[in-house]
Ligand binder design. Structure first.
Ligand code: NAD
Length: 370
């Protein structure tokens, strides 16, 4: 089967990491015809708009897109392209898997959870204004609707079932946000009984952050509103090995866009230095979405083996803490080539190489009995 898929290279490190993902896609043998369109800085230069209608049309036509990160100019008139894309295509569910993949650099090797974030409303609705002429007070409106809450909570329960996960946790701040928080909480409490096979519980956002950095392995699916989800998904990316290895997906009723959690990292743009893994794992999620399960399994395993061999890894995975012995960092393109080389030859039946904790330092004998 030949797939036509929208590709948005994006800004900063985006073109490098999406090139890496394309190389790996080729190695899978799945036939993909990329419909390349520009959004972000290149689109502003060419058309005056960071999100030209042609980009939206391409995604509506192809229904699936792979996207690089896009820079959001701070304080300028342009709204975030990422937020606009989610709202205009009604990509309401942002799903960010946090799987500990980065070996010794992962403090919590058992982390394997999904953050399911409502992506169209909440504090990202874009309704904000200065209250006075002196700009000494401002308001941002937190829009939470029952319809969007029901939709994302149902998505999270269904996704848990599909992925054979047993536990769904709603995160809110209903003790302080007595209307918006309570609305989300009520929607969760009324949906949970429809899924009696799943454990449903709730955490306040502050407590959730503390729980996650203590025992992330106790959580499987977290469902929450837009801002809390944004923050928690970066937190979980850190638990699972860092932004360089954290993929994400946006789902609507009929469309899906796959994009890494990380941004455009402008300081590394054009240096062939960025970690391509997050974008390559977006490709893995995209292949799963297409039903190309074996190709997706091959991509995941090739990434995993490359990271665990630690011969050809980018600077972030070569840092002390990720390795017990120093490794010279490789370039983005070299790591992508190594992953692509492995894709057709990995043995899908072999056990996955696993994390080995560092050998404990021997006790100084002079201290024994002290
Ligand atoms: P960022 O994720 O771009 O970078 C933060 C730091 O993380 C970098 O300085 C770098 O040290 C590290 N990092 C990120 N990606 C990496 C990779 N692939 N390999 C190695 N290291 C990596 O976050 P930021 O600096 O806050 O944002 C930069 C721009 O990206 C902003 O304009 C922001 O709005 C935008 N952004 C876009 C998206 C998106 O397109 N979905 C997401 C987040 C941020």
């Amino acid at each position: 089967m030949n797939y036509r898929i929208t590709l948005i290279p994006g800004d900063g490190i985006g073109p490098e990491v999406t090139d890496a993902a394309r190389l790996v896609a080729e190695a899978t043998g799945v036939s993909i015809d990329w419909d390349v369109v520009d959004a972000g800085e290149r689109a502003i230069r060419a058309t005056g708009s960071p999100l030209p209608e042609s980009v939206l049309e391409s995604i509506r036509r192809n229904r699936v897109a792979l996207k690089g990160p896009i820079t959001t100019p701070i304080g300028s008139g342009f709204r975030s392209v990422n937020v606009a894309l989610r709202q205009q295509l009604d990509l309401y569910a942002s799903v960010r898997p946090a799987r500990a993949i980065a070996g010794e650099g992962t403090r919590f090797p058992e982390t394997d959870l999904l953050v399911v974030r409502e992506a169209t409303e909440g504090l990202y609705s874009g309704v904000e204004h200065w209250v006075d002429r002196d700009h000494s007070a401002a308001e941002t409106v937190n829009i939470i609707t029952r319809k969007a809450s029901d939709r994302i909570i149902k998505f999270a329960f269904e996704r848990a079932r599909r992925d054979h996960r047993k536990h769904v946790t709603a995160v809110h701040k209903a003790n302080i946000m007595k209307t918006t928080g309570a609305l989300f909480q009520t929607a969760f409490r009324e949906m949970a009984p429809k899924y009696p096979d799943l454990l449903a519980d709730e955490r306040l956002i502050d407590n959730m952050c503390m729980q996650l950095v203590k025992k992330p392995e106790e959580y499987e699916v977290i469902v929450t509103t837009n801002l809390f989800g944004d923050i928690l998904s970066d937190l979980c990316a850190g638990l699972a090995g860092g932004l360089g290895v954290a993929p994400g997906a946006l789902y609507g009723e009929t469309m899906a866009v796959f994009e890494p959690v990380h941004g455009s990292a402008p300081k590394y743009a054009g240096q062939d230095k960025a970690d391509p893994v997050a974008e390559i794992l977006c490709l893995e999620l995209l292949l799963r979405h297409l039903g190309e399960t074996e190709a997706a399994d091959r991509v995941f395993r090739a990434v995993w083996e490359t990271i665990h061999e630690k011969k050809v890894v980018t600077y972030d995975l070569a840092l002390p803490g990720y390795t017990q012995r120093p490794v010279p960092p490789s370039s983005c393109s070299a790591m992508a080539k190594e992953i692509a080389r492995k894709v057709p030859v990995v043995d899908l039946d072999a056990p996955l190489p696993t994390y080995r904790p560092p050998t404990p330092t021997a006790i100084d004998p002079s201290l024994e009995g002290a």
